[in-house]
Write a protein that binds this ligand. Structure first.
Ligand code: ARG
Length: 567
């Protein structure tokens, strides 16, 4: 929509500046101050070539454009090294309103991705362990990128790469054989599984022989021992049931659940391929691919004891995602601490001669910081995803009880707002940065929070309900106050925000946009009378409310956050 304005303008003026239309469109910005209109063109880069100071260029250009009498253009102003363009209010409004009517819930969508497949690995918890806050990040960042990619027309395959293989399953099977009777496996089986896991590792400290025995049981599993395999399958089953509860609560879906074990029979062929390509070398009894030329430590393919490694599995897995799933691009939403691992895997794929390796991307994220506490799995002070989510919902339920005890569907709203708060807080900053977590800020209904955005959307919804009439498609009334213009301009930029958010794999662009939009809407709401205005003006303003509602709901949904009906 904003793009349409830029395009139109570039079409008109490209000859007088002798630049290709697309270059001009790419150069165009939005004026900082709404009073200068919708589009700004910086002219600094032409100063050298045209041997003039930017303000002079801007003035001359503005003058020329004025003389052209471009249709629907109401004002052209030179400010410093910029030429600013303002289009007629009724023209820009109708651009927005038409788009909202035509696209409806698909607003912000495009088909740039048509015909291309993206495989995105996200959430990927480890069997028998509760998801940590790290997995909360992997889940919500992943699901939002998944949604955004879909809105851009890509065929998206979301994969849950469960950590379901490794020596810990030998230990767990052993623990189960020794102690299962002491635990409740009919009630909370998942909790029992985890308790047993923790206990085994505790006891291993004083009884080192347990470690060796655990490894032996894992060997049995590797060799296909039926009894151990049954236990292992049961552990997976119990864990998946627990994860699914959380996914359901969060509204998360995967298209494929393919754990690490899925690649067991693809490890040898991968190793052989590496060897055929002359990349495999021996080093201290282990097999590696050297990456010296990239200043990286060698990528370990097989340990001296024959055990294959996380990297080998990810190599086999990448080949599978490329060849069987036909992924044009492979994305991995995983903590920043695995950065080197993915760099190594991608480089090895490149050395194998796969050009597509260059488009593989590790979407890395930082950690949660609770006050002074860094989250760490190794120290054992892990904070679990479920605890945060449950607490957020409980706190919201308290607020509702206190402020709005007669609200309908209180539980449902507490869930929507509690989850919205946690997810928004996670996505509000650049993923690569750590997330500062502080309950007051996360749930601050007036601050830069999920609830604040939801509240703005709910305000739109309730205006629409009170208005209660069918809206026309267009209006002749010009919405020309600065607050209305600012809101219209921001809404017009929505499709571009979604597109750049996708191109950079950065959901926080959308989250920040939602904050700006909510502020802009609230400025409009406080400044302009809506339901009390004269009929025609009321209708026009309601069209703006309708568009805002559509965009807020869509942007929230892309971030996997629901908009409650009331709150
Ligand atoms: N299970 C791993 C973890 O919890 C994440 C797996 C990420 N995906 C991958 N293909 N390596 O840390």
């Amino acid at each position: 929509m904003l793009h349409t304005l830029k395009q139109k303008l570039a079409q008109e003026i490209h000859e007088i500046v002798s630049r290709p239309v697309n270059d001009l469109v790419a150069l165009m910005e939005v004026p900082r101050d709404i009073k200068f209109g919708q589009v700004a063109l910086p002219v600094f880069r032409w100063a050298k070539e045209w041997k003039k100071a930017p303000p002079i260029i801007a003035q001359e250009l503005a003058q020329k454009v004025k003389e052209m009498n471009v249709e629907n253009l109401s004002q052209v102003t030179a400010v410093g090294g910029f030429v600013n363009f303002q289009f007629e209010d009724t023209f820009v409004q109708s651009l927005l309103f038409n788009e909202c009517f035509d696209k409806g819930k698909d607003i912000g969508g495009s088909n740039v991705g048509a015909g291309k497949t993206i495989v995105i690995d996200f959430s990927s918890p480890n069997i028998a362990k509760p998801m940590s806050v790290g997995h909360l990040r992997a889940t919500v960042i992943g699901q939002s990128i998944y949604n955004i990619a879909k809105s851009q027309g890509f065929n998206v395959v979301g994969v849950n790469h469960l950590g379901d293989w490794g020596v810990q399953f030998g230990r767990l099977a052993l623990a189960y054989q020794m102690w299962s009777e002491e635990y409740d496996f009919s009630g909370n089986a998942f909790q029992s599984l985890f308790d047993m896991y923790v206990r085994f590792h505790e006891e291993m400290k004083t009884q080192p022989e347990l470690e060796k025995q655990g490894s032996l049981v894992f060997k049995k599993l590797e060799n296909g021992d039926q009894e151990i395999k049954k236990l292992w399958e049961m552990f997976i089953d119990i864990s998946i049931k627990e994860y699914n509860k959380i996914y359901k609560l969060l509204g998360v879906t995967h298209d494929e659940v393919l754990g690490e074990s899925f690649y067991n029979d693809k490890m040898k062929p991968t190793e052989e391929l590496l060897s055929q390509k002359g990349l495999l070398e021996e080093s201290d009894g282990a097999m590696v691919v050297k990456l010296d030329e990239y200043d990286m430590p060698p990528c370990l393919i097989r340990k001296s004891d024959g055990a294959s490694l996380y990297a080998t599995r990810d190599l086999a897995c990448a080949l599978y995602r490329r060849e069987q799933m036909r992924g044009d691009q492979l994305l991995y939403v995983v903590g920043v601490d695995q950065g080197l691992h993915f760099q190594q895997v991608f480089k090895v794929l490149e050395k194998m001669g796969y050009d597509w390796a260059k488009s593989c991307k590790h979407i890395a994220f930082g950690m949660y910081k609770f006050g002074e506490n860094k989250m760490s799995t190794r120290k054992g002070n892990v904070i679990f995803l479920k605890d945060i989510v449950d607490k957020a919902i409980a706190l919201c339920a308290e607020v509702i009880e206190e402020k709005n005890p007669t609200l309908l569907n209180k539980e449902e709203v507490a869930r929507q707002v509690g989850l919205g708060a946690v997810i928004f807080n996670d996505l509000a900053g650049d993923s690569i940065k750590d997330v500062k977590f502080d309950w007051d800020r996360v749930l601050d209904f007036e601050g830069d929070s999920g609830p604040y955005v939801q509240y703005s959307g709910v305000r739109c919804k309730s205006l629409l309900e009170k208005f209660g009439q069918e809206l026309p498609r267009a209006t002749k009334v010009a919405l020309s106050s600065l607050e209305e213009r600012a809101l219209v301009r921001l809404l017009l930029s929505f499709p571009e925000v979604v597109a750049t958010s996708y191109q950079n794999f950065k959901p926080h662009y959308l989250a920040n946009y939602l904050l700006d939009l909510s502020k802009s809407f609230n400025n409009f709401y406080h400044k302009c009378q809506i339901l009390k205005a004269d009929d025609e003006v009321k209708q026009a303003r309601m069209l703006l409310v309708h568009s805002t509602h559509l965009v807020i709901e869509k942007a929230l949904n892309l971030l996997n956050i629901e908009l409650p009906n009331r709150m």
